[in-house]
Design a protein around this ligand. Sequence first.
Ligand SMILES: [Zn+2]
Length: 70
Amino acid sequence: MNTELRVINEGTAELQLPHSCPTCAGPLELRISADGVRSFCATCRSIGRPRLQQSEMGTFVLDFKDIGRA
Ligand SMILES: [Zn+2]
């Protein structure tokens, strides 16, 4: 999967992952900060706090434990 990390500032970055919404499989927007990771799907408006892990290969792995439903 190709991902593009957009660095907002020193402590915050944004990432868009296609087909990654656990609810509707739509594109998922991620905001990564020192506070953790928040995900937002513009298609079904679900908000989550997945855990994000980056492998040594530079790919991202999401772990949705408690996804919120708006
Ligand atoms: Zn969705």
